[in-house]
Design a protein around this ligand. Structure first.
Ligand SMILES: [Cu+2]
Length: 348
């Protein structure tokens, strides 16, 4: 959190404007701000001036009541009316523009859940950070799997609620290559403040290359590393630790091969299918001592990613003594045990 604050460009007013919408947004904001300052100074100044000028100077000083003045009444009615109409028309046009993506905008599906973001692109590629090409209108279709979240990128001046059971829409067009913070701007539970990811704005070529890799990234990594990437990028790390520390969810250390106990009293050995079920239907078997708060990853996570998580869990469990996919041939020089962690159990 502090690191994010420190790296933000320091400015008294709005963060740097990095989308096509930001200019109009800031123009209206500054107009309202400076107009308010103008009236505040004028009115407060007149107030002080009148208090001094018309103060009661002696006990016999009796005020004369005000009389009617059409000119003054029109003077305090018409200019405010005109100013408010200017703000209304200006704001309404901006609002319509923010809600109407241009034709042909590139569409990204945004799925929010406690407490991470998932982005799905046209070819079914998905990721936990949002990549977009620069100078291209991006239309977002947003939905939530649990509670209300809100998609917020300050530099783009885009904020849209993400509501379960419906699709909200918004759009933006980034104007500069770079990385920007994406926040959840709707309090959504314990780890709301950690629900942060990045928007990576890149050239069209870099974006195409990114999508190409993203469509098959698990083929280029060992399953255990795929598992580690899933752990980080899909937000599993928000609730699960790898080192034995308990969090919102159980640690992943030493669960593979263990007998798990559920709130209804039943038990099950944590094998491959158990892990798969836990990820796709987390509500079916809720572990004893934990709340049923894990979001489902059905439709978001691909089979090779689940395999990756399974291999990762094997690699950090002393209760598992078998092979780890892709690990054995990878360390021929290492006399250890293929990564099961304690060096006593692998007998392959
Ligand atoms: Cu949230």
């Amino acid at each position: 959190m502090l690191a994010i604050l420190a790296q933000a460009e320091k400015t008294l007013f709005l963060p740097p404007a990095r989308s096509t919408m930001a200019g109009a947004h800031d123009g209206l904001y500054n107009f309202v701000l400076w107009m308010s300052v103008f009236w505040l100074v004028l009115i407060a100044g007149l107030l002080v001036y009148f208090v001094i000028k018309y103060r009661r100077k002696s006990p016999h000083d009796k005020p004369v009541g005000p009389t009617h003045s059409t000119a003054i009444e029109l003077g305090w009615t018409l200019p405010p009316l005109i100013l408010v109409m200017i703000i209304f028309v200006w704001g309404f046009r901006g609002f319509m523009n923010m809600n109407q993506a241009p034709n042909g905008a590139y569409q990204v599906l945004v799925s929010a859940s406690k407490w991470n973001w998932a982005f799905t692109y046209g070819g079914g590629e998905n990721d936990g950070t949002l990549h977009v090409p620069v100078n291209t209108p991006i239309s977002l279709v947003l939905t939530s799997t649990d509670v209300i979240h809100s998609f917020y990128v300050p530099e783009f001046r885009v904020k849209k609620d993400v509501v379960p059971g419906r699709y909200n829409k918004t759009w933006f067009q980034a104007t500069e290559v770079g990385e920007y913070n994406l926040f959840c701007a709707e309090y959504c539970g314990q780890q709301h403040s950690q629900m942060i990811t990045k928007v990576v704005v890149e050239s069209q070529e870099d974006f195409d290359a990114y999508l190409e890799v993203r469509g098959r990234w698990w083929k280029t990594e060992k399953p255990v590393d795929v598992g580690k990437t899933v752990y980080k990028d899909r937000g599993c790390a928000q609730c699960h630790s790898l080192d034995g520390t308990a969090g919102t969810g159980p640690t992943w250390k030493n669960i593979f091969g263990d007998e798990r106990k559920f709130v209804d009293g039943s038990t099950r050995i944590a094998d491959e299918n158990y892990i798969r079920d836990s990820i796709l239907n987390p509500g079916n078997e809720v572990l004893e001592g934990y709340d049923n708060v894990m979001p489902t990853f059905q439709g978001q996570i691909k089979d090779p990613e689940i395999t990756g998580v399974i291999e990762l869990l094997k690699s950090i469990s002393t209760k598992y003594d078998g092979k780890i996919l892709g690990e054995m041939p990878a360390d021929p020089g290492d006399e250890a045990d293929g990564g099961s962690g304690d060096g006593t159990q692998a007998q392959e």
